[in-house]
Design a protein around this ligand. Structure first.
Ligand SMILES: O=C(O)CCC(=O)C(=O)O
Ligand SMILES: [Fe+2]
Length: 326
């Protein structure tokens, strides 16, 4: 029997009793211990909201490269705006050397934040960075903000379930995520008209960095795969209105490895269809407040990892995965 990624229905947790919530939390605990990936339905996010952003993103990525480059940040290290092919290799964050990932992406964050020193002074501006929006398509920024806010709400509920699943008070994560620095990446994997280099994928083997990644993918050739504990790669299938959820390194560290931040990748489409296969995914990387200290929830003396600050950990990963030549 091939292993598949479990589907978890969130509706009982979002609308039901405390017992319903605990039952859903128990399912999350089981799958995060085994594979660190699941898909969710009953999440309350409308297909119309998802498709609005997908349509805008597809319209943007279909533009000529010189137009798209107008939405690139002048400082290549700033995680905002358009990024062309050749800029990133995700595997490098896990110390594996590969050619650049065969993807373009659009990197964005929160659209607005309070005029308070936490956001505007000291380290604040390193993480609260204005988004860049192109002239075309109109309404791109608005669609992205709506999506960001809807998933922000969903991620708050999911972090309550996460706390319950780990046997912590339901509010455990609240003051660590109330000023979160979540980023969205619109990943666009273009048609492949020349053969990839050896070892080159749409996205190389990697783990994600933060708490939960909530991903809206696309079931087309050249999709997402996750590695099982026995080393086998399995396809992660989704419907248009389900999301794939996986845990990131910070949550794995927080749980002292009880949960697994699992290795995944996006493979190339088969040769026979590569020249006409493109794919778009929307990844919401839920990431704690920049000054949240991630300390293993483990008995004293048993922690496998030293404490780390949320913001510093992500900066390090961005630095490791950015190709020097770019
Ligand atoms: O495009 C996908 O399906 C996954 C992308 C991914 O894993 C990432 O951007 O971290
Ligand atoms: Fe990923």
């Amino acid at each position: 029997m091939p292993i598949t990624i479990p589907v978890i229905d969130l509706e009982p947790a979002l609308k039901g009793s405390a017992a319903d919530k605990r039952a859903v939390a128990a399912q999350i605990d089981r799958t995060c211990t085994e594979i660190g990936f699941f898909t969710i339905k009953g999440h309350g996010i409308s297909l119309a909201l998802i498709n609005e952003l997908r349509d805008k993103a597809n319209a943007f990525f279909a533009r000529p490269l010189n137009e798209k480059l107008k939405a690139a940040h002048p400082d290549g290290k700033t995680p905002r705006g358009y990024r062309a092919l050749g800029i990133e290799a995700l595997s490098a964050g896990n110390a594996i050397e590969t050619p650049a990932d065969l993807k373009e992406y659009y990197h964005l964050g929160r659209e607005r934040w309070p005029e308070e020193p936490y956001y505007t002074q000291g380290e604040g501006p390193r993480y609260f960075i204005p988004n860049l929006w192109p002239d075309y398509p109109a309404g791109f920024g608005e669609a992205a903000e709506k999506y960001y806010l809807a998933l922000e709400k969903l991620s708050e509920s999911m972090m309550e379930l996460t706390a319950l699943a780990l046997g912590l008070p339901e509010t455990f994560f609240q003051n660590k995520i109330d000023k979160h620095i979540t980023a969205i990446r619109l990943n666009y994997y273009p048609e492949q008209t020349t053969a990839p280099k050896p070892g080159q994928l749409r996205a190389g083997d990697h783990t994600d960095y933060g708490l939960l990644t909530i991903l809206n993918g696309e079931n087309v050739p050249g999709g997402l795969q996750v590695q099982t504990r026995t080393g086998e790669w399995i396809d992660v299938e989704t419907d248009q209105d389900t999301f794939v959820v996986n845990i990131g390194d910070l949550l794995m560290r927080w749980t002292n490895d009880r949960w697994v931040s699992n290795v995944h990748r996006v493979i190339n489409p088969p040769d026979s269809v590569a020249a006409r296969s493109k794919r778009l995914s929307i990844a919401f990387f839920h990431h704690p407040n920049y000054d949240a200290l991630i300390e293993c929830v483990a008995p004293p003396g048993k922690a496998k990892y030293p404490p780390v600050y949320s913001g510093e950990y992500r900066d390090l990963k961005y630095q490791q995965t950015r190709l020097k030549s770019a």
